[in-house]
Design a binder for this molecule. Structure first.
Ligand code: URP
Ligand code: ZN
Ligand code: ZN
Length: 486
């Protein structure tokens, strides 16, 4: 009898990476990819993937799980349900956010977030930070030391009262990012414009969910995107603009690229598959699609598709922000149909992110498979310091893989999903594929019908500094000498 040489062999795979496609077997042992070749030796177990695309497991680099939010709001997904849902949709790494409370310690936020996460996840996870209060202690001690300990990216907000930074504070945190080599993610919307418009709408009695979109027109996103780019240029440090919704913000990003600035950009399924019309649903139902920036119109969906196809975006994330609809801790805050100002922002999408893009994007002929892999896995792994352990199919990388079932026609319904949200904004959308198997470090975590594996097996990942976060050294422009000003 011949001895098995691998723990698992996936035979006859149509392997896709961000660079190449190839037909080969994948040999896996001890959770890692050991060999990529044709006619590999035997494995203790084998999966025949003949004719099926095999892609790297998804890296969802923007999702919110069990994030502390002001009471009575509460997120519906913790690290158990959120990572199970992710795995069932082909994602094998998540990067949610450890959020500083204004006036509180950033390190305490990280410690609290580990208590929420460790021992619960089905798949591997890292943390971004959210900096809401760049005090001297945060700028000089907590942020630099946390970056050095493996929390190498953080998000900042230009809107939301409990989160936003002013321009001077943004410059301060960008300066720390430049010195330490961290990646800064920016939520770009102009808070004062939103507040001014919100008050006008409220004075006119316009408080239904659909007015959320009127309070956040593209102009407020465009202005903040342009300002974030200018602040990044002043400090000479790259930034990543998250959840870009349409043409106007994209024009600013294209302008930055044309001027040699290192500005990265992310978009999300809601800007491809929803429009502001979804906020017009009868009664209070529009609250289900309240997120920021809001979905735009069909013309803007096309603009986002075009930008995905031609390389303006580097990342496609879910921005999963799970609030239940029929819940006093969710969209009906306090048990009421509240004015749009008080509706918790965000929509679920951690499980549907990859199938939506694979089906409508790759199988729909809008993007090629290598672009799909780059956007959903390789680029986020590179930008946030997890590559090449995550984000690719290569010898030595973790065996995080998705085998796609292309014959599987599915109509999305909330009943088939594994999150703890009581709706999906993508109800009724038809898909031409779904993951047949998801593997995390060589273990099946989704078998096409059910999640598999023990929750708690997911490992915390420390992130390295990403090359992508390095300054471009615009010496003529750089006005920052590398010290944090007091
Ligand atoms: O509406 C959204 N996007 N909510 C989640 C939080 C954020 O801004 O990413
Ligand atoms: Zn945001
Ligand atoms: Zn978000």
């Amino acid at each position: 009898m011949t001895m098995a040489q691998y723990d698992l062999v996936i035979r006859n795979a149509r392997v896709a990476t961000a660079a190449d496609t190839m037909n080969c077997d994948i040999g896996i042992s001890a959770g890692r990819i050991m060999a990529l070749a044709q006619s590999l030796a035997q494995g203790k177990s084998e999966i025949d993937a003949a004719g099926k695309w095999v892609t790297p497991g998804g890296v969802d680099a923007h999702c919110h799980l069990d994030q502390p939010v002001p009471a009575p709001m509460q997120m519906a997904d913790d690290f158990v349900s959120g990572t199970v849902a992710a795995a069932c949709g082909g994602t094998t790494t998540v990067i949610p956010f450890a959020a500083q409370v204004k006036g509180g310690s950033l390190r305490a936020a990280v410690e609290d977030y580990h208590l929420r996460a460790d021992g619960k996840a089905l798949i591997d996870y890292a943390f971004h930070l959210i900096v809401t209060d760049p005090s001297d202690t945060v700028l000089r001690e907590e942020l630099p030391s946390l970056i050095r300990e493996g929390y190498t990216s953080f998000k900042i907000y230009m809107t939301y009262d409990d989160l936003k930074l002013n321009d001077r504070e943004i410059l301060d945190v960008l300066a720390v990012a430049r010195v330490e080599g961290a990646m800064v993610m920016v939520h770009a919307e102009n808070a004062d414009c939103i507040e001014w418009l919100t008050r006008k709408l409220e004075a006119a009695g316009r408080t239904a969910p659909r007015y959320h979109a009127e309070a956040r027109p593209m102009l407020v996103e465009r202005e903040a995107t342009q300002r974030a780019i200018a602040l990044s240029e002043l400090v000479d440090v790259p930034i990543l603009i998250v959840h870009v919704s349409g043409r106007e913000a994209l024009e600013q990003i294209r302008w930055a690229h044309a001027h040699g600035l290192r500005i990265y950009a992310e978009t999300c399924p809601q800007y491809l598959f929803l429009t502001a019309e979804h906020l017009h649903a009868p009664g209070f139902e529009g609250a289900k699609c309240v997120c920021s920036p809001p979905p735009r119109d069909h013309a803007n969906q096309q603009v986002i598709w075009n930008a995905l196809a031609c390389g303006v975006f580097q990342v496609f994330s879910s921005d999963h922000a799970p609030f239940r609809y029929e819940d006093a801790r969710g969209k009906k805050l306090g048990g009421k149909e509240v004015p749009f100002r008080h509706i918790p922002n965000g929509i679920p999408g951690i499980e549907t992110r990859l199938p939506l893009l694979f089906s409508a994007g790759v199988l729909g002929g809008r993007i090629d498979i290598t672009t799909f892999v780059a956007l959903t896995s390789t680029n986020p792994a590179k930008l946030y310091g997890l590559y090449p352990r995550k984000g690719t199919i290569a010898v030595g990388s973790d065996a995080d893989l998705v085998i796609w079932d292309q014959g599987r026609e599915i109509m999305i319904s909330n009943s088939m999903l594994h999150h703890h949200v009581d709706y999906t904004p993508y109800e009724g959308i038809k898909l031409a594929s779904w993951p047949q198997i998801t593997l995390s470090r060589g273990e099946v975590v989704w078998d096409g019908s059910r999640p598999q594996g023990r929750t708690g097996r997911g490992q915390f990942l420390k992130c390295a500094l990403a090359d992508a976060a390095r300054p471009v050294m615009h010496s003529a422009r750089c006005k920052f000498d590398g010290t944090v000003q007091s």
